[in-house]
Design a protein. Structure first.
Lengths: 243, 269
Protein backbone atom coordinates (compact mmCIF):
# COMPACT_ATOMS: atom_id res chain seq x y z
CA UNK A 1 0.00 0.00 0.00
CA UNK A 2 1.13 3.52 -0.69
CA UNK A 3 2.41 5.67 2.13
CA UNK A 4 1.36 8.88 0.45
CA UNK A 5 -0.91 9.30 -2.49
CA UNK A 6 -1.97 12.32 -4.52
CA UNK A 7 -5.16 11.56 -6.47
CA UNK A 8 -6.12 13.88 -9.33
CA UNK A 9 -4.47 16.71 -7.42
CA UNK A 10 -5.11 20.26 -8.56
CA UNK A 11 -3.93 23.46 -6.88
CA UNK A 12 -5.13 26.90 -7.91
CA UNK A 13 -3.58 30.11 -6.68
CA UNK A 14 -4.93 33.60 -7.09
CA UNK A 15 -2.44 35.77 -8.89
CA UNK A 16 -3.37 39.45 -9.29
CA UNK A 17 -7.02 38.56 -8.82
CA UNK A 18 -6.89 35.92 -11.55
CA UNK A 19 -7.05 32.21 -10.73
CA UNK A 20 -3.88 30.46 -11.75
CA UNK A 21 -3.64 26.69 -11.96
CA UNK A 22 -0.27 25.69 -10.49
CA UNK A 23 -0.72 21.93 -10.92
CA UNK A 24 -3.50 19.78 -12.38
CA UNK A 25 -4.35 16.11 -12.70
CA UNK A 26 -1.37 15.10 -10.62
CA UNK A 27 -1.39 11.43 -9.64
CA UNK A 28 1.52 10.30 -7.58
CA UNK A 29 1.98 7.44 -5.16
CA UNK A 30 4.94 7.04 -2.83
CA UNK A 31 5.46 3.65 -1.23
CA UNK A 32 7.33 3.14 2.08
CA UNK A 33 11.07 3.35 1.39
CA UNK A 34 10.50 4.76 -2.08
CA UNK A 35 12.87 7.49 -3.33
CA UNK A 36 11.14 9.71 -5.81
CA UNK A 37 12.79 12.61 -7.58
CA UNK A 38 10.43 15.33 -8.73
CA UNK A 39 12.15 17.35 -11.43
CA UNK A 40 11.13 20.30 -13.55
CA UNK A 41 12.05 23.87 -14.36
CA UNK A 42 11.14 27.03 -12.51
CA UNK A 43 7.38 27.49 -12.28
CA UNK A 44 6.70 23.90 -13.34
CA UNK A 45 4.76 23.26 -10.13
CA UNK A 46 7.22 20.91 -8.45
CA UNK A 47 7.36 22.89 -5.21
CA UNK A 48 3.56 23.07 -5.17
CA UNK A 49 3.49 19.28 -5.30
CA UNK A 50 5.80 19.16 -2.28
CA UNK A 51 3.64 21.61 -0.36
CA UNK A 52 0.50 19.69 -1.32
CA UNK A 53 2.00 16.49 0.09
CA UNK A 54 2.48 18.12 3.49
CA UNK A 55 -0.85 19.90 3.65
CA UNK A 56 0.79 23.33 3.34
CA UNK A 57 -1.54 24.13 0.43
CA UNK A 58 -5.11 22.95 -0.04
CA UNK A 59 -6.01 21.11 -3.24
CA UNK A 60 -8.69 22.86 -5.28
CA UNK A 61 -9.62 19.44 -6.63
CA UNK A 62 -8.63 15.86 -5.88
CA UNK A 63 -7.19 14.70 -2.60
CA UNK A 64 -4.07 13.64 -0.75
CA UNK A 65 -4.00 10.50 1.31
CA UNK A 66 -1.51 9.43 3.91
CA UNK A 67 -1.60 5.81 5.02
CA UNK A 68 -4.83 5.43 3.08
CA UNK A 69 -6.63 8.26 4.87
CA UNK A 70 -7.29 11.76 3.51
CA UNK A 71 -4.78 14.10 5.16
CA UNK A 72 -7.46 16.73 5.77
CA UNK A 73 -8.98 14.33 8.32
CA UNK A 74 -5.88 14.23 10.48
CA UNK A 75 -3.24 16.73 9.54
CA UNK A 76 -1.40 16.15 12.82
CA UNK A 77 -0.87 12.49 12.02
CA UNK A 78 0.72 13.41 8.69
CA UNK A 79 2.92 16.08 10.23
CA UNK A 80 4.19 13.79 12.93
CA UNK A 81 5.16 11.22 10.32
CA UNK A 82 6.52 13.52 7.62
CA UNK A 83 9.05 16.32 7.54
CA UNK A 84 10.48 18.85 5.15
CA UNK A 85 13.96 20.09 4.36
CA UNK A 86 13.72 23.58 2.91
CA UNK A 87 15.75 25.03 0.09
CA UNK A 88 17.31 27.88 2.01
CA UNK A 89 18.70 27.01 5.45
CA UNK A 90 19.15 30.72 6.21
CA UNK A 91 15.43 31.34 6.44
CA UNK A 92 14.30 27.92 7.63
CA UNK A 93 16.20 28.22 10.94
CA UNK A 94 14.99 30.74 13.52
CA UNK A 95 17.92 33.19 13.91
CA UNK A 96 17.19 33.68 17.60
CA UNK A 97 17.18 30.02 18.59
CA UNK A 98 20.21 27.94 19.39
CA UNK A 99 20.84 24.89 17.25
CA UNK A 100 19.87 22.52 20.07
CA UNK A 101 16.47 24.16 20.48
CA UNK A 102 15.92 24.18 16.73
CA UNK A 103 16.50 20.50 16.16
CA UNK A 104 14.44 19.34 19.16
CA UNK A 105 11.31 21.15 17.98
CA UNK A 106 9.69 18.22 16.10
CA UNK A 107 9.90 16.16 19.31
CA UNK A 108 7.44 18.63 20.88
CA UNK A 109 9.29 18.33 24.19
CA UNK A 110 12.75 19.19 25.45
CA UNK A 111 15.27 16.84 23.91
CA UNK A 112 17.79 15.25 26.26
CA UNK A 113 21.42 16.31 25.73
CA UNK A 114 22.14 12.77 24.52
CA UNK A 115 19.35 12.90 21.94
CA UNK A 116 20.57 16.22 20.60
CA UNK A 117 24.19 15.10 20.53
CA UNK A 118 23.21 11.94 18.62
CA UNK A 119 21.10 13.91 16.16
CA UNK A 120 23.99 16.30 15.50
CA UNK A 121 26.58 13.56 15.15
CA UNK A 122 24.36 11.71 12.73
CA UNK A 123 24.47 14.63 10.31
CA UNK A 124 28.20 15.08 10.80
CA UNK A 125 28.17 17.97 13.26
CA UNK A 126 29.88 18.17 16.61
CA UNK A 127 27.58 18.00 19.67
CA UNK A 128 29.08 21.30 20.84
CA UNK A 129 27.27 23.02 17.97
CA UNK A 130 24.01 22.75 19.93
CA UNK A 131 24.98 25.94 21.76
CA UNK A 132 25.55 27.94 18.58
CA UNK A 133 23.20 30.26 16.74
CA UNK A 134 22.52 29.61 13.04
CA UNK A 135 24.49 32.67 11.92
CA UNK A 136 27.59 31.18 13.51
CA UNK A 137 27.48 28.23 11.11
CA UNK A 138 28.40 27.86 7.45
CA UNK A 139 25.71 27.28 4.81
CA UNK A 140 26.44 23.56 4.64
CA UNK A 141 26.38 23.23 8.43
CA UNK A 142 23.05 25.05 8.54
CA UNK A 143 21.53 22.65 6.04
CA UNK A 144 22.84 19.77 8.14
CA UNK A 145 21.05 21.30 11.12
CA UNK A 146 17.87 21.48 9.04
CA UNK A 147 18.30 17.81 8.12
CA UNK A 148 18.90 16.88 11.77
CA UNK A 149 15.64 18.65 12.65
CA UNK A 150 13.80 16.83 9.88
CA UNK A 151 15.08 13.45 11.06
CA UNK A 152 14.91 13.73 14.85
CA UNK A 153 11.28 12.57 15.10
CA UNK A 154 12.09 9.59 12.87
CA UNK A 155 9.81 10.40 9.90
CA UNK A 156 8.33 7.86 7.52
CA UNK A 157 8.45 10.44 4.73
CA UNK A 158 11.07 13.09 4.11
CA UNK A 159 10.31 15.79 1.58
CA UNK A 160 13.38 17.72 0.44
CA UNK A 161 12.68 20.86 -1.58
CA UNK A 162 15.82 21.70 -3.56
CA UNK A 163 17.94 20.80 -0.52
CA UNK A 164 21.28 21.66 -2.10
CA UNK A 165 20.55 24.40 -4.63
CA UNK A 166 21.27 27.18 -2.13
CA UNK A 167 24.57 25.60 -1.13
CA UNK A 168 28.13 25.99 -2.25
CA UNK A 169 29.00 23.61 -5.10
CA UNK A 170 31.63 21.92 -2.96
CA UNK A 171 29.28 21.04 -0.12
CA UNK A 172 26.40 19.90 -2.36
CA UNK A 173 27.83 16.43 -2.81
CA UNK A 174 28.40 16.05 0.94
CA UNK A 175 24.83 17.03 1.80
CA UNK A 176 23.38 14.80 -0.94
CA UNK A 177 25.46 11.88 0.29
CA UNK A 178 24.16 12.56 3.80
CA UNK A 179 20.54 12.43 2.62
CA UNK A 180 21.17 9.25 0.64
CA UNK A 181 22.97 7.53 3.53
CA UNK A 182 20.19 8.48 5.93
CA UNK A 183 17.61 7.08 3.51
CA UNK A 184 19.67 3.87 3.33
CA UNK A 185 19.86 3.37 7.07
CA UNK A 186 16.52 4.76 8.23
CA UNK A 187 14.46 3.50 5.28
CA UNK A 188 12.16 6.51 5.15
CA UNK A 189 10.43 7.36 1.91
CA UNK A 190 12.04 10.32 0.17
CA UNK A 191 10.51 12.87 -2.16
CA UNK A 192 13.23 15.09 -3.51
CA UNK A 193 12.34 18.18 -5.50
CA UNK A 194 15.06 19.39 -7.83
CA UNK A 195 15.68 21.18 -11.07
CA UNK A 196 18.93 19.30 -11.37
CA UNK A 197 18.73 15.85 -12.93
CA UNK A 198 22.15 14.76 -11.77
CA UNK A 199 21.11 15.37 -8.17
CA UNK A 200 18.08 13.12 -8.60
CA UNK A 201 20.10 10.47 -10.37
CA UNK A 202 22.48 10.16 -7.43
CA UNK A 203 19.84 9.77 -4.77
CA UNK A 204 16.53 8.53 -6.18
CA UNK A 205 15.33 5.32 -7.76
CA UNK A 206 12.27 6.79 -9.42
CA UNK A 207 11.77 10.07 -11.20
CA UNK A 208 8.73 12.18 -11.99
CA UNK A 209 9.09 14.94 -14.57
CA UNK A 210 6.82 17.93 -14.08
CA UNK A 211 6.16 20.47 -16.80
CA UNK A 212 3.52 23.18 -16.98
CA UNK A 213 1.83 21.94 -13.80
CA UNK A 214 1.39 18.35 -14.99
CA UNK A 215 3.39 15.15 -14.75
CA UNK A 216 4.70 14.46 -18.24
CA UNK A 217 6.85 11.44 -17.57
CA UNK A 218 7.43 8.99 -14.77
CA UNK A 219 9.57 5.90 -14.36
CA UNK A 220 12.65 4.26 -12.87
CA UNK A 221 15.66 6.57 -12.90
CA UNK A 222 17.67 4.38 -15.28
CA UNK A 223 14.90 4.10 -17.85
CA UNK A 224 13.99 7.78 -17.87
CA UNK A 225 17.61 8.85 -18.17
CA UNK A 226 18.54 6.32 -20.86
CA UNK A 227 15.34 6.38 -22.85
CA UNK A 228 13.33 9.54 -22.19
CA UNK A 229 9.87 9.40 -23.76
CA UNK A 230 8.74 12.97 -23.45
CA UNK A 231 10.16 15.87 -25.39
CA UNK A 232 10.55 17.99 -22.25
CA UNK A 233 12.54 15.27 -20.46
CA UNK A 234 14.87 15.07 -23.43
CA UNK A 235 15.40 18.82 -23.32
CA UNK A 236 16.15 18.67 -19.59
CA UNK A 237 18.67 15.88 -20.17
CA UNK A 238 20.30 17.69 -23.07
CA UNK A 239 20.66 20.82 -20.99
CA UNK A 240 22.43 18.83 -18.29
CA UNK A 241 24.80 17.17 -20.75
CA UNK A 242 25.79 20.33 -22.57
CA UNK A 243 26.72 22.09 -19.32
CA UNK B 1 33.41 52.28 21.56
CA UNK B 2 31.43 49.57 19.84
CA UNK B 3 28.00 50.87 20.70
CA UNK B 4 28.23 54.54 21.57
CA UNK B 5 24.53 55.36 21.48
CA UNK B 6 23.72 52.58 23.95
CA UNK B 7 26.25 53.81 26.49
CA UNK B 8 25.47 57.50 26.11
CA UNK B 9 21.76 56.66 26.40
CA UNK B 10 22.31 54.52 29.49
CA UNK B 11 24.44 57.24 31.09
CA UNK B 12 21.79 59.92 30.53
CA UNK B 13 19.07 57.62 31.90
CA UNK B 14 21.28 56.73 34.86
CA UNK B 15 21.57 60.44 35.68
CA UNK B 16 17.78 60.79 35.68
CA UNK B 17 17.24 57.59 37.68
CA UNK B 18 19.89 58.49 40.26
CA UNK B 19 18.44 61.96 40.64
CA UNK B 20 15.00 60.51 41.20
CA UNK B 21 16.38 57.99 43.71
CA UNK B 22 18.28 60.63 45.69
CA UNK B 23 15.21 62.88 45.71
CA UNK B 24 13.30 60.11 47.47
CA UNK B 25 15.42 60.73 50.57
CA UNK B 26 16.98 64.12 50.16
CA UNK B 27 16.58 67.38 48.30
CA UNK B 28 18.46 70.59 49.24
CA UNK B 29 15.16 72.27 50.18
CA UNK B 30 11.53 71.25 50.40
CA UNK B 31 10.44 71.09 46.73
CA UNK B 32 6.90 72.24 47.58
CA UNK B 33 7.57 74.93 50.24
CA UNK B 34 7.49 78.60 49.27
CA UNK B 35 10.49 80.69 50.35
CA UNK B 36 11.15 84.35 51.05
CA UNK B 37 13.55 84.97 48.13
CA UNK B 38 11.62 85.11 44.81
CA UNK B 39 13.23 84.57 41.41
CA UNK B 40 16.74 84.39 42.84
CA UNK B 41 19.51 83.84 40.27
CA UNK B 42 21.68 80.70 40.53
CA UNK B 43 24.04 80.95 43.47
CA UNK B 44 24.20 79.90 47.11
CA UNK B 45 22.28 78.37 48.86
CA UNK B 46 19.89 78.02 45.86
CA UNK B 47 22.24 76.46 43.31
CA UNK B 48 19.84 76.88 40.39
CA UNK B 49 17.99 79.82 41.91
CA UNK B 50 14.37 80.06 43.06
CA UNK B 51 11.11 80.38 41.17
CA UNK B 52 8.30 82.93 41.45
CA UNK B 53 7.16 81.40 44.73
CA UNK B 54 10.62 81.29 46.24
CA UNK B 55 10.83 77.49 45.89
CA UNK B 56 14.29 76.02 45.27
CA UNK B 57 14.53 75.10 41.55
CA UNK B 58 17.07 72.29 42.01
CA UNK B 59 14.85 70.58 44.59
CA UNK B 60 11.83 70.81 42.30
CA UNK B 61 13.85 69.49 39.38
CA UNK B 62 15.06 66.50 41.41
CA UNK B 63 11.59 65.74 42.66
CA UNK B 64 10.22 66.10 39.12
CA UNK B 65 12.49 63.29 37.93
CA UNK B 66 10.45 60.86 40.03
CA UNK B 67 7.15 61.77 38.41
CA UNK B 68 8.71 61.79 34.99
CA UNK B 69 10.02 58.23 35.44
CA UNK B 70 6.84 57.04 37.12
CA UNK B 71 4.63 58.32 34.31
CA UNK B 72 7.03 57.16 31.61
CA UNK B 73 7.56 53.62 32.93
CA UNK B 74 3.95 52.91 33.90
CA UNK B 75 2.40 54.27 30.71
CA UNK B 76 4.88 52.60 28.36
CA UNK B 77 4.93 49.24 30.17
CA UNK B 78 1.13 49.26 30.35
CA UNK B 79 0.83 50.13 26.67
CA UNK B 80 3.30 47.41 25.66
CA UNK B 81 1.69 44.74 27.84
CA UNK B 82 -1.67 45.42 26.17
CA UNK B 83 -0.51 46.45 22.70
CA UNK B 84 1.98 43.70 21.89
CA UNK B 85 -0.32 40.69 22.49
CA UNK B 86 -3.17 42.47 20.67
CA UNK B 87 -0.92 43.18 17.70
CA UNK B 88 0.35 39.58 17.63
CA UNK B 89 -3.21 38.26 17.86
CA UNK B 90 -4.30 40.57 15.04
CA UNK B 91 -1.64 39.01 12.83
CA UNK B 92 -1.98 35.39 13.98
CA UNK B 93 -5.77 35.15 13.85
CA UNK B 94 -6.45 36.03 10.28
CA UNK B 95 -10.02 36.65 9.27
CA UNK B 96 -12.42 39.01 10.96
CA UNK B 97 -10.81 39.01 14.42
CA UNK B 98 -7.47 40.18 13.06
CA UNK B 99 -9.16 42.56 10.68
CA UNK B 100 -11.17 44.26 13.45
CA UNK B 101 -8.19 44.51 15.83
CA UNK B 102 -6.02 45.94 13.08
CA UNK B 103 -8.59 48.53 11.98
CA UNK B 104 -9.38 49.62 15.56
CA UNK B 105 -5.71 50.18 16.21
CA UNK B 106 -5.34 52.10 12.93
CA UNK B 107 -8.19 54.41 13.93
CA UNK B 108 -6.67 54.98 17.36
CA UNK B 109 -3.26 55.52 15.76
CA UNK B 110 -4.61 58.08 13.34
CA UNK B 111 -5.65 60.17 16.33
CA UNK B 112 -2.83 62.41 17.64
CA UNK B 113 -1.56 60.85 20.89
CA UNK B 114 -1.30 64.09 22.81
CA UNK B 115 -4.80 65.11 21.77
CA UNK B 116 -6.10 61.77 22.97
CA UNK B 117 -4.27 62.23 26.25
CA UNK B 118 -5.78 65.71 26.61
CA UNK B 119 -9.25 64.26 25.99
CA UNK B 120 -8.80 61.67 28.72
CA UNK B 121 -7.23 64.09 31.13
CA UNK B 122 -9.99 66.64 30.51
CA UNK B 123 -12.70 64.03 31.05
CA UNK B 124 -11.16 62.50 34.17
CA UNK B 125 -9.60 65.58 35.74
CA UNK B 126 -5.89 66.27 36.07
CA UNK B 127 -3.73 64.02 38.23
CA UNK B 128 -0.60 61.95 37.88
CA UNK B 129 -2.70 58.81 37.44
CA UNK B 130 -4.84 60.40 34.77
CA UNK B 131 -1.65 61.33 32.94
CA UNK B 132 -0.37 57.74 33.21
CA UNK B 133 -3.64 56.32 31.91
CA UNK B 134 -4.10 58.88 29.18
CA UNK B 135 -0.55 58.57 27.86
CA UNK B 136 -0.65 54.79 28.23
CA UNK B 137 -3.85 54.43 26.22
CA UNK B 138 -2.58 56.83 23.59
CA UNK B 139 0.60 54.74 23.29
CA UNK B 140 -1.12 51.36 22.82
CA UNK B 141 -1.64 51.68 19.03
CA UNK B 142 2.06 52.22 18.42
CA UNK B 143 2.74 48.82 20.00
CA UNK B 144 -0.20 47.14 18.25
CA UNK B 145 1.04 48.32 14.90
CA UNK B 146 4.65 47.37 15.40
CA UNK B 147 3.75 43.96 16.86
CA UNK B 148 1.27 43.26 14.07
CA UNK B 149 3.65 44.24 11.28
CA UNK B 150 6.51 42.34 12.90
CA UNK B 151 4.38 39.25 13.46
CA UNK B 152 3.16 39.22 9.87
CA UNK B 153 6.74 39.33 8.70
CA UNK B 154 7.87 36.56 11.04
CA UNK B 155 4.89 34.36 10.11
CA UNK B 156 5.96 34.48 6.46
CA UNK B 157 9.35 32.97 7.33
CA UNK B 158 10.07 29.35 6.47
CA UNK B 159 11.11 28.61 10.07
CA UNK B 160 7.52 29.24 11.11
CA UNK B 161 6.38 26.82 8.42
CA UNK B 162 8.89 24.33 9.81
CA UNK B 163 7.32 24.80 13.25
CA UNK B 164 3.85 24.25 11.77
CA UNK B 165 5.11 21.05 10.20
CA UNK B 166 6.40 20.06 13.65
CA UNK B 167 2.79 20.41 14.79
CA UNK B 168 3.71 22.54 17.82
CA UNK B 169 0.61 24.73 17.88
CA UNK B 170 -0.06 28.45 17.58
CA UNK B 171 0.83 29.38 21.15
CA UNK B 172 4.27 27.82 20.89
CA UNK B 173 4.84 29.53 17.55
CA UNK B 174 3.83 32.87 19.05
CA UNK B 175 6.01 32.52 22.14
CA UNK B 176 9.01 30.71 20.68
CA UNK B 177 9.26 32.14 17.20
CA UNK B 178 7.33 35.38 16.93
CA UNK B 179 8.03 37.10 20.26
CA UNK B 180 11.84 36.79 20.26
CA UNK B 181 11.99 37.99 16.68
CA UNK B 182 9.80 41.04 17.21
CA UNK B 183 11.35 41.86 20.62
CA UNK B 184 14.01 44.22 19.24
CA UNK B 185 11.36 46.26 17.44
CA UNK B 186 9.28 46.35 20.63
CA UNK B 187 12.27 47.53 22.70
CA UNK B 188 13.05 50.26 20.24
CA UNK B 189 9.41 51.30 20.18
CA UNK B 190 9.33 51.28 23.99
CA UNK B 191 12.32 53.58 24.31
CA UNK B 192 10.97 55.96 21.68
CA UNK B 193 7.54 55.88 23.35
CA UNK B 194 9.22 56.58 26.66
CA UNK B 195 10.67 59.78 25.28
CA UNK B 196 7.27 60.74 23.86
CA UNK B 197 5.59 59.89 27.19
CA UNK B 198 7.93 62.20 29.09
CA UNK B 199 7.19 64.98 26.61
CA UNK B 200 3.46 64.26 26.78
CA UNK B 201 3.50 64.33 30.56
CA UNK B 202 5.32 67.65 30.43
CA UNK B 203 2.75 68.85 27.90
CA UNK B 204 -0.19 67.72 30.03
CA UNK B 205 1.31 69.30 33.15
CA UNK B 206 2.01 72.41 31.12
CA UNK B 207 -1.67 72.56 30.21
CA UNK B 208 -2.63 71.93 33.83
CA UNK B 209 -4.06 68.49 33.02
CA UNK B 210 -1.33 66.37 34.60
CA UNK B 211 -0.11 66.22 38.15
CA UNK B 212 -1.44 68.76 40.68
CA UNK B 213 0.54 71.70 42.13
CA UNK B 214 1.84 69.55 45.00
CA UNK B 215 3.75 67.40 42.54
CA UNK B 216 6.44 69.48 40.90
CA UNK B 217 6.74 68.12 37.38
CA UNK B 218 9.03 69.40 34.68
CA UNK B 219 6.11 70.38 32.49
CA UNK B 220 4.48 72.37 35.27
CA UNK B 221 7.82 74.10 35.94
CA UNK B 222 8.02 75.05 32.27
CA UNK B 223 4.54 76.53 32.35
CA UNK B 224 5.29 78.55 35.47
CA UNK B 225 8.54 79.76 33.93
CA UNK B 226 6.63 81.07 30.93
CA UNK B 227 5.36 84.08 32.90
CA UNK B 228 8.93 85.17 33.63
CA UNK B 229 10.55 84.13 30.35
CA UNK B 230 11.94 87.63 29.66
CA UNK B 231 13.00 88.56 33.19
CA UNK B 232 14.34 85.14 34.31
CA UNK B 233 14.89 82.96 31.19
CA UNK B 234 17.04 80.47 33.12
CA UNK B 235 13.91 79.30 34.93
CA UNK B 236 12.67 77.75 31.70
CA UNK B 237 16.06 76.39 30.74
CA UNK B 238 16.42 73.91 33.64
CA UNK B 239 13.22 71.87 33.19
CA UNK B 240 13.65 72.09 29.41
CA UNK B 241 17.14 70.68 29.73
CA UNK B 242 15.91 67.92 32.05
CA UNK B 243 13.19 66.89 29.57
CA UNK B 244 15.72 66.94 26.73
CA UNK B 245 18.20 64.77 28.66
CA UNK B 246 15.59 62.15 29.63
CA UNK B 247 14.06 62.02 26.13
CA UNK B 248 17.41 61.87 24.39
CA UNK B 249 18.59 59.18 26.81
CA UNK B 250 15.71 56.87 26.00
CA UNK B 251 15.92 57.48 22.27
CA UNK B 252 19.63 56.67 22.23
CA UNK B 253 18.99 53.59 24.37
CA UNK B 254 16.44 52.43 21.80
CA UNK B 255 18.94 52.83 19.00
CA UNK B 256 21.63 50.98 20.89
CA UNK B 257 19.33 48.16 22.02
CA UNK B 258 18.31 47.36 18.47
CA UNK B 259 21.90 46.48 17.65
CA UNK B 260 22.70 44.66 20.87
CA UNK B 261 19.59 42.48 20.85
CA UNK B 262 20.22 41.10 17.38
CA UNK B 263 22.44 38.01 17.63
CA UNK B 264 23.25 38.36 13.94
CA UNK B 265 24.96 41.68 14.66
CA UNK B 266 26.97 40.33 17.56
CA UNK B 267 30.47 39.14 16.97
CA UNK B 268 30.77 35.96 15.00
CA UNK B 269 32.09 32.94 16.84
Amino acid sequence: MSLLEIIDGEVTYTRRGEPFVAIRDVNLAIAPGDRVGIVGGSGSGKTTIARLMLGLVQPSAGEVRFGGRPIAEDLSALRRAASLVFQDPNSSLNPRMRVGRIIEEPLRRRGTPAEIATALEEVGLEPGMARRFPHQLSGGQRQRVAIARALIADPQLLVADEPVSALDVLVRAQVLRLIRDEADTRRFALAMISHDLTVVRQVCNRVVVVHGGAIVEEGPVGRVFDDPQHEYTRRLLDATLTL
Amino acid sequence: MRNASLWVGLTLIAVVVLTAAVALFWTPFDPTANGPVLLAPPGWPHVLGTDAFGTDVLSRLMSGAQICLLVGVLSVVGAAVIGVPVGMAAAIFRGWVGEILGRLSDILYGFPALLLAILFAAALGGSTWTAVMAIGIATIPAFVRIARAGTLEVLSQPYVEAAELSDVGRTVIAVRHVLPNIAPMVWVQASVSFGIAILSEAGLSYLGLGSGPDNPTWGRMLREAQDHIFSTPLLALWPGLAIAIATLGFNLLGDGLRDVLDPRLRERA
